[in-house]
Design a protein. Structure first.
Length: 596
């Protein structure tokens, strides 16, 4: 009896399988996936292990009675590239008919929940962006079902905050001098912001809630939330930002000194930035104590510390403190790393009162500016035809101390300065150029002009002349009294010969393109030389070179009837033949275009 039941079940399954194979499989209905605990299919993920939105979980729904053969959980980036795929661990059916037939209803380990931590298929972490997640299921009848697509926004970067202080202390006593404390702040726009004033014990005395619209400048009048003036002491300003992914930033401004006491200590410096690189410019910084009350003064200590609060050097004495100069060097004579350092002055009084100044920050900078140069359009064609006649150049200069001055130099083909721009501070906007040098001379056709850029920061750290790129000049068509003229100094010949060099073919091909735009013009090709050798020899050579160019243009499709050649030897120099630079410019081919 038991054997009969088993046989019946087996045969029923076989016929059911065969029947299912008789037609195309249908889709599996009812497959679903949603974000756990959510009301929609969209979530934020911040895989930075700070305990907030570090993972996102998905609930997977499978209809009853589905006999699955395989499944996949697929994660795609915004470009539809697969960043991670999970699938059934046993890989689907075994290939053994009876084993697969007798297997349980869910042999492939279908998860009911999956938690993603932002990892990729190679155990890396995905970049910030938007990702799509869906679930795919296949049953033994070959049917396939897909869940809804879930959207996950990934952001592991915390909101940013930076501040600028105009002073280190204030005295809210209503005398009209330093009655409030201004803080200039730059807070990223992708977060909700709150700010607090806390005293030295951490007690909250004042707060502001701004959401996504914090002000650029905060002015604290020294009063608490009830409008009372706070006690003398040090206070901290703290900006707190949280974005949609739960990334948080706590950005403090420490040491806002509120003082209405008679004993106070302050510091001044001769500069807020210095550069101990031994060049004789701003190599040191001098701190000058300011003591409002010298009565009963018993002694003083002045120290300089790094950003971590570690004291690097101290000076001390009795009676009135004196200015001290710091060279920014270690005991070995090397500069301390670039960054922010702080002076602090402590005054001791006989009555036991210690007055401590607010830390006065100075910036140590020995690093030259970073520079970048860009130009468009290239190639440059300043020939007055309305196409690419003006070159637009952008300079990007950056330095922690600020830019003091800069110089941009365009070099001619001989490596000599052709055009120079100078400026103070960071250049604003675009630099435009009409292609003429400082002497009024126009750039040469088919030549490259190298560009050098030099920048010096406010501490004298300079880049030197950096080669930042080149400006390629197109073949230029100039309008003259004789007609239109194309002058090319870049067409070269071996000494005493008239055979064209292969390196000149691209320039001549470009000339063919330009001449084709003026089909109604006759073209006179003029050869010119320098004054080396006799005039007769140069006359013969210049004519032969003009004919070589004409033959090339004819082979490239220019009607020979339009072309004529002339040789002028060195009768019409455009530069001084007594210099190598001038002779190079005189060795040229010119094309004169005249209307029929």
């Amino acid at each position: 009896m038991r054997f009969s039941v088993v046989l019946f079940v087996l045969l029923s399954a076989v016929f059911a399988s065969l029947f299912a194979m008789s037609g195309p499989p249908a889709a599996i209905p009812g497959i679903g996936m949603s974000i756990s605990g959510g009301t929609n299919r969209e979530a934020w993920l911040s895989p930075n292990w700070n305990g907030v939105h570090d993972t996102v979980s998905f609930d997977i729904r499978i209809p009853e009675g589905v006999s699955a053969s395989g499944w996949q959980m697929v994660i795609l980036d915004s470009q539809k590239n697969t960043v991670k795929t999970l699938r059934n661990p046993d890989g689907g059916p075994t290939g053994d008919f009876w084993r697969d037939l007798l297997s349980p209803r869910n042999p492939v380990g279908i998860p009911r929940k999956y938690t993603w931590d932002g990892s990729t298929a190679h155990n890396g972490i995905v970049a910030d962006g938007t990702y799509s997640v869906y679930f795919r299921l296949e049953d033994k009848a070959g049917r396939v079902g897909f869940s809804e697509t879930n959207i996950v926004h990934v952001s592991a970067s915390s909101p940013t905050a930076s501040f600028e202080l105009y002073q280190q202390f204030f005295s809210p006593d209503g005398d009209g001098v330093l009655d409030d404390f201004p803080i200039s702040q730059h807070l990223s726009s992708n977060a909700d912001w709150r700010a607090e004033i806390r005293d030295i014990s951490g007690k909250l005395v004042r707060s502001w809630d701004w959401g996504r619209h914090p002000p650029d400048i905060v002015r604290w009048d020294g009063r608490d939330a009830q409008g009372k003036v706070c006690p003398d002491g040090s206070y901290d300003y703290i900006a707190l930002g949280t974005d949609d992914a739960g990334n948080s930033t706590i950005a403090p401004v420490n040491g806002i000194h509120l003082s209405t006491k008679k004993h106070s200590a302050f510091l001044e410096t001769d500069r807020r930035r210095f550069s101990p690189n031994g060049d004789g410019f701003h190599d040191t910084v001098t701190a000058r104590p300011v003591v409002p009350d010298t009565n009963d003064l018993d002694g003083w200590i002045l120290s300089v510390s790094d950003r971590n609060g570690s004291v690097l050097q101290t000076w001390s004495g009795k009676n009135m403190p004196v200015p001290v100069t710091w060279g920014g060097l270690t005991k070995r004579g090397d500069p301390w790393p670039d960054g922010s350092y702080a002076f602090t002055l402590t005054l001791r009084y006989l009555n036991g009162d210690n007055a401590v100044s607010e830390p006065l920050s100075v910036s140590l900078d020995t690093t030259p500016p970073t520079v970048k140069w860009e130009a468009t359009p290239l190639p440059f064609s300043p020939d007055g035809d309305g196409v690419n006649d003006t070159l637009y150049m952008r300079l990007d200069l950056a330095d922690r101390s600020g830019i003091e001055r800069w110089k941009l130099t365009v070099l001619d083909p001989d490596g000599k300065p052709f055009k120079i721009w100078r400026g103070q501070g960071n250049p604003l906007g675009l630099i435009t150029w009409d292609g003429r040098g400082d002497s009024g001379e126009l750039v040469e056709s088919a030549r490259d002009y190298r560009v050098k850029l030099e920048a010096v920061d406010q501490e004298g750290n300079g880049t030197g002349d950096l080669d930042v790129g080149a400006i390629p000049v197109d073949v230029l068509v100039e309008r003259t009294e004789l007609g239109m003229r194309i002058r090319i100094n870049a067409i070269g010949f071996d000494f005493g010969k008239a055979e064209l060099l292969h390196s000149d073919f691209p320039i001549l091909d470009r000339t063919v393109q330009i001449l084709a735009r003026y089909p109604g013009y006759r073209v006179e090709i003029q050869g010119h030389t320098d004054n080396i050798d006799s005039e007769d020899r140069n006359m013969e050579l210049s004519l032969a070179r003009a004919r070589a160019v004409a033959d090339y243009l004819a082979r490239k499709g220019i009607d020979p009837s339009r072309l004529s050649e002339k040789g002028f030897a060195f009768r019409y120099p455009v530069a001084d033949n007594s210099t190598e630079e001038g002779r190079r410019k005189n060795r040229r081919v010119e094309f004169i275009l005249r209307k029929d």
